[in-house]
Design a protein around this ligand. Structure first.
Ligand code: DGP
Length: 125
């Protein structure tokens, strides 16, 4: 079910539980501000999710409420994950679904990194 990006943060969402170590994930990056792990249902040969450590529902919530340090740390982490995976030369796509029309399903901000093939048009036509 898509979520409303303005809903209050749910401490029991799947990514909150991954952050607390209650659910497993195939982690590729972990620092003070961000955790990155493989998507459980990959939509590309490489599909990684990067999430902030803080409790933010969506890009909207994060950009409005996160501190400058959290924002800088998260954005740098996304770039680092892509560099670590060797994606700069072949290229990659970032996606952050936000709210109902985007079909955001997990109510904790996540940036998708897609890579590993020609990714085609930006949106389904
Ligand atoms: P979105 O539609 O943007 O909210 O994408 C949510 C993504 O989260 C979707 O690609 C599948 C992924 N996902 C859902 N549950 C889990 C989980 O338990 N573990 C992992 N690794 N990924 C999950």
């Amino acid at each position: 079910m898509p979520i409303d990006a303005t809903q209050p943060y749910d401490d029991n969402n799947i990514f909150a539980r991954i952050l607390r170590g209650e659910l497993p994930s195939k982690t590729v990056y972990d620092d003070e501000f961000a955790l990155a792990f493989h998507d459980i249902n990959p939509q590309a040969p490489l599909h990684i999710l990067v999430i902030p450590k803080g409790a933010y529902v969506s890009w909207d919530d994060f950009s409005a409420r996160a501190s400058d340090a959290e924002i800088a740390g998260f954005v740098r982490a996304v770039g680092q994950v892509a560099r670590d995976a060797g994606l700069v030369v072949p290229g990659y796509r970032l996606l952050a679904n936000t709210g109902l029309d985007s079909h955001q399903e997990v109510p904790h901000l996540h940036v998708h990194i897609f890579a590993g093939k020609k990714l085609g048009p930006m949106l389904a036509r």
